[in-house]
Design a protein around this ligand. Structure first.
Ligand code: DGJ
Length: 565
């Protein structure tokens, strides 16, 4: 609130003032005009003024995801998946479907696992995102069937400039593309048959972390011919020439030192784009690709074996949009715990033409706070990786724990969002939401809204000021490591929904309040029910608001009304 500049005792000054009438009224949050559509429509993405929402059954859907471990794509493994999904309070499970699993012998398909997964998900009211692990999984063909992996004549690998084969399958393998596409179309045909009526599956990822390590591009004959040809016009429209490059011409003429990486990105994107387009012709679900990131803070420089060339890194999103128009989203897989890097990654991947969706992020405690920043800035969702209780942990990328110690930090965030997930997605589409995560610098952050600024600080006791002599050397438990975060939606001119943990929030008026005093009208703790109605469980006042709104470590949702005099 324009919270206490407490000078003496409990008296407070509510700083500054409001304009006579606060500008054009925001429609009240609870009466927002929902995007309407027939309940039976397929999941789809919508864009409004550069912001996005995923509609499921015609309503905005916030993906509170849980991605399982790679080898949890079997019927037997699922029994360790569901308890973790429930404990994390996720509403969506993200699961691989491997080409080798559905087409072990050429032309013979088996979708038994998919059917069991969908049946069990439906029983639990959980939605599903499927990951098509096929020609490339983390760049390698390890999830392709043996009949593909072993037939290098029919399914060629990339060649280096001396003709030596790479581990990676070539994006110019016409038979590989045809075979992968056939299998994917079979999967989508099956999904249409078994899931169109219920729409349990809401999105599909096509391949996984593509690109190539150690080689910038394929040097096979077909690749060399394409590399010498003109850059396609649709690429030129979306990917600017390099400094000093020609406006059109061959890849080298236009993109100079970036030519090989950009060319390889185009080749892989085109391959994926054909598979996605063929699948969507059969059953039109939203589709995306994910990305092993290049360093988000390093100055832009040509590839030098420092990331997977050809993957959808932030610098080539335009090429992916041009070459794979039926891929809706390029999403970042976040395994960099540093807050400055995470902020840069979110900036790079959230674009007018690219909804923010984080298909993977570490499941270690340190990452959980970023969910507030991700969902607060209007992502369609997020999915921590390795959320199942299989006897396996991908520490140090993720949590060392394979039990509730791993899911609890996720649940602490998802618990606040889960009951209001659809409203939140609607507010995000309307541009009403913001979010912050505690930075590694532990410093306060400010978040601007219409008429108000929220100041968010971390590592505070719930009572008093850190500057007090008796608190100087006495830090609260939340100060040990950065764990705090807050997401806020402005649901009306002077009204906010706040969810967060281990953070202090103070609302202050902006300059438009000149001459007026401001106050906290009320801060109600409660939540939204399944019918979208707010219920207050208690009113915060007195000590609980005099020092800002101090959100505990447990999921908390506040409805805050501010005023002026
Ligand atoms: C990113 C990949 O996309 C995942 O499938 C997994 O291999 C993680 N890396 C590491 O656990």
């Amino acid at each position: 609130m324009p919270m206490s500049t407490r000078k003496s005792g409990r008296s407070r000054t509510w700083r500054a003032a409001l304009p006579a009438v606060a500008a054009a009224a925001l429609s009240t949050a609870l009466a927002v005009t929902a995007v309407t559509a027939a309940a039976a429509e397929l999941p789809r993405l919508v864009e409004r003024d550069g912001r996005h929402a995923l509609l499921v059954d015609g309503k905005p859907f916030l993906v509170l995801g849980a991605q399982v471990h790679n080898s949890s794509n079997s019927v037997a493994a699922l029994e360790r998946v569901w308890p973790a999904v429930a404990d994390a309070k996720a509403n969506t499970v993200v699961v691989p479907v491997a080409w080798e699993q559905v087409e072990p012998a050429e032309g013979r398909f088996d979708f038994g696992f998919v059917d069991t997964l969908l049946a069990q998900a439906r029983e639990r009211g959980v939605r599903v995102v499927l990951l098509w692990f096929a020609t490339w999984k983390n760049t390698s063909p390890q999830y392709a069937p043996a009949w593909v992996k072993l037939d290098n004549a029919r399914f060629p690998r990339m060649l280096d400039d001396k003709g030596k084969p790479s581990y990676c399958l070539s994006p110019f393998g016409a038979e590989t593309l045809a075979a992968d596409r056939r299998a994917f179309v079979a999967l989508m045909t099956h999904l249409k048959q078994v899931d169109e009526a219920t729409r349990t599956v809401i999105m599909v990822q096509v391949q996984n972390e593509v690109g190539t390590y150690g080689l910038a591009r394929d040097h096979g004959a077909a690749a060399n011919r394409a590399f010498a040809a003109e850059v396609p016009a649709e690429v030129l429209r979306l990917q600017k020439p390099a400094a000093g490059g020609k406006a059109r011409g061959s890849w080298t003429e236009v993109y100079g030192d970036y030519a090989e990486q950009y060319f390889h990105s185009w080749a892989i994107a085109r391959y994926i784009g054909e598979i996605a387009a063929a699948g969507r012709r059969v059953y039109d679900l939203p589709m995306f690709v994910n990305n092993a990131l290049r360093d988000p803070l390093a100055p832009m420089a040509p590839w030098k074996s420092d990331f997977a060339s050809g993957g959808p890194t932030h610098d080539v999103i335009g090429i992916y949009k041009a070459a794979a128009p039926r891929i809706d989203i390029v999403g970042p897989d976040i395994y960099m715990p540093e807050s400055a890097k995470v902020e840069a990654i979110l900036d790079q991947f959230q674009r007018r033409d690219n909804a923010l969706w984080v298909p993977e992020i570490g499941n270690a405690t340190t990452y959980a706070r970023y969910h507030y920043a991700i969902l607060g800035r209007g992502a369609i969702g997020v999915a921590p990786f390795g959320v199942d209780y299989a006897d396996y942990s991908n520490y140090p990328l993720g949590s060392p724990h394979t039990d509730a110690r791993m899911t609890a930090p996720i649940a602490a965030v998802y618990g606040g969002f889960a009951p209001m997930a659809s409203q939140w997605a609607q507010w995000a589409l309307e541009g009403r939401t913001r979010g912050v995560a505690e930075g590694d610098d532990r410093q306060p952050r400010t978040v601007a809204f219409k008429g108000w600024t929220a100041k968010v600080s971390f590592g505070e006791w719930q009572f008093g000021e850190r500057s007090w002599p008796q608190l100087k050397d006495d830090a609260p438990p939340s100060a040990a490591k950065p764990v705090g975060g807050v997401a806020i939606a402005q649901i009306a001119d002077d009204e906010f929904i706040v969810t967060g943990r281990s953070a202090r929030v103070r609302f202050e008026p902006d300059a438009s309040f000149q001459g007026l005093g401001t106050m906290l009208v009320h801060a109600q703790e409660g939540g939204f029910g399944p019918d979208g109605r707010w219920t207050t469980v208690r009113n915060w006042n007195g000590d609980q608001v005099d020092w800002g709104l101090n959100l505990p470590a447990t999921p908390t949702v506040l409805r805050v009304k501010l005023g002026r005099y």
